[in-house]
Design a protein around this ligand. Structure first.
Ligand code: APR
Length: 232
């Protein structure tokens, strides 16, 4: 049975109203990523970083999955082989759209991590510099998201999946952040067919066998239909 590995990025959640990072008006054009998405930025100004993620947590909780999230959940249900969704997104829209298993390589807004003892727990809606760790009681709570300079989660499992996949798709990601941007090369080494689906060509577009450009809510359901009908 063919295994499909799908990598998603901020573009798949754009039509659900969550901003992307590097597009015009994107999150990193408003907040310098060095300030809100690095361990050094958190050490410098934890209040600012908590406020940034508290706002994103509220916004993500209010967002609804779109047709692209739902189509991938349908593919997971109806494809006779395994469909592995690896997301760089910290929202929970794949799960809200019905996906069963999602690998959150950059963590989730729903999670809290103790910077002192490493304990993980469900994030309260609002976290601040006084939020205590339920395990060690120290006020060292931080969002359980992977910042620049930190190692993404579940890398061994992801590379195992890539080594065994027959189809690899990258959806809504600019291909500018590694290691995710290099997954296509792992998939090629495994002999997989590769497809990029994005609003515009990514930084690694030339590595893909096939490209489909347009809004994810249109091109992803179309691709899923074609796969399930044996046309892709
Ligand atoms: N449909 C499909 N693609 C879209 C849509 C849409 N409606 N809207 C935007 N896009 C595309 C953009 O063209 C862009 O190439 O989504 C991509 C989003 O790119 P980025 O903003 O760079 O987001 P992403 O690739 O997920 O970023 C990777 O960088 O800052 C870190 O940790 C953060 O996980 C994030 C990582």
């Amino acid at each position: 049975m063919e295994k499909i590995v799908i990598l998603t990025g901020a573009g798949i959640s754009a039509e659900s109203g969550l901003g992307t990072f590097r597009d015009k008006g994107g999150i990193w054009t408003k907040y310098p990523l060095e300030d809100v998405a690095t361990p050094e930025g958190f050490a410098r100004d934890p209040v600012l970083v908590h406020e940034f993620y508290n706002a994103r947590r509220v916004q993500a909780a209010a967002a609804a999955p779109n047709a692209a999230h739902q189509a991938l959940a349908r593919l997971q249900r109806d494809w006779p082989g395994e469909v592995v969704i690896v997301t760089q997104n910290v929202d929970a829209l794949h799960e809200a759209g019905g996906a069963r298993e999602v690998i959150h390589m950059h963590g989730t807004l729903a999670g809290a991590l103790c910077g002192a003892c490493g304990h993980r727990w469900q994030a309260p809606e609002v976290m601040n510099t006084k939020t205590p760790c339920p395990a060690c009681t120290r006020p060292a709570a931080r969002p359980d998201v992977v910042w620049f300079g930190e190692m993404p989660y579940f890398m061994d499992a992801i590379y195992d999946h890539l080594a065994g996949c027959s189809v690899f798709a990258a959806i809504g990601t600019s291909g500018q952040v590694y290691p995710a941007a290099a997954f296509v090369h792992e998939a090629i080494a495994a002999g997989a067919r590769t497809v990029e689906m994005n609003l515009e060509p990514s930084a690694v577009v030339s590595s893909f066998d096939e490209t489909r450009f347009g809004p994810a809510s249109r091109i992803v359901p179309d691709w899923v239909d074609r796969l399930l009908e044996g046309r892709a």
